[in-house]
Design a protein around this ligand. Structure first.
Ligand SMILES: N[C@@H](CCC(=O)N[C@@H](CS)C(=O)NCC(=O)O)C(=O)O
Length: 204
């Protein structure tokens, strides 16, 4: 039995997308972040870092979205749909998953927080994180320049890690993103997948 502890955020949706891609039955436990449910003792016993997503899979509890996707790929993906079986391709998929946790995740997260801040905004922070996001859009464009459809060639956890985050600037029409046609086409390709549409709607 799989239980996903999640919320309506990009990090949570990475996991619901992967579960939908793999066609796995799972139960959703929506965590109310605004009410600090993630800081209650029951939740902290699963994840001392008080953040969603957390996955319980029978005897295993795992947190950190990248680690959860690796677990799902290792335990539940016999066809290599999200985590390739070929060692070289598998490493490439893992590389792009790590790239998201060190790149788009923290930078877009902090940019969003700086833009949402009430009262006087810290323009220096906005400039730093926006500049880094623009650089990262350029890096993604360079990766896709050889005509590949997905970051690691075939669809993988590398794409799943990026999509829910980059859907924000795509929907908001960030010029720094929209100027990269290849990046926009890649995101739309991912967004057209039925499992992605379903996963993005979790929790309902
Ligand atoms: N590096 C973590 C980040 C998870 C994360 O930032 N979760 C946020 C929501 S998107 C959260 O639960 N925040 C609540 C808190 O910090 O108390 C991952 O990839 O799983």
């Amino acid at each position: 039995m799989i239980t996903l502890y999640t919320g309506p955020t990009p990090n949570g949706r990475k996991i619901s997308i992967a579960l939908e891609e793999l066609g796995l039955p799972y139960e959703v436990q929506a965590i109310d972040l605004a009410a600090d449910e993630q800081k209650q003792p029951d939740f902290l016993a699963m994840n001392p870092n008080h953040k969603i997503p957390v996955l319980r899979d029978d005897d295993i509890v795992v947190w950190e979205s990248g680690a959860i996707l690796l677990h799902l790929g290792e335990r539940h993906d016999p066809e290599g749909l999200i985590l390739p079986k070929d060692p070289k391709r598998r490493l490439e998929a893992i590389q792009y998953a790590f790239f998201q946790t060190g790149g788009v995740g923290p930078n877009l997260g902090r940019l969003g927080a700086a833009l949402r801040k009430e009262g006087e905004k810290n323009q220096e922070m906005i400039d730093i994180f926006q500049g880094e996001m623009e650089r990262l859009f350029g890096v993604l464009d360079r990766i896709l320049a050889d005509g590949r459809d997905y970051l690691a060639g075939d669809y993988s956890i590398g794409d799943i890690m990026h999509y829910p985050w980059l859907k924000f600037p795509l929907d908001l029409g960030f010029p720094g993103l929209l100027k990269h046609d290849r990046v926009v086409a890649w995101l739309n390709r991912i967004g057209d997948r039925p499992a992605v549409v379903k996963g993005m709607g979790v929790p309902g």
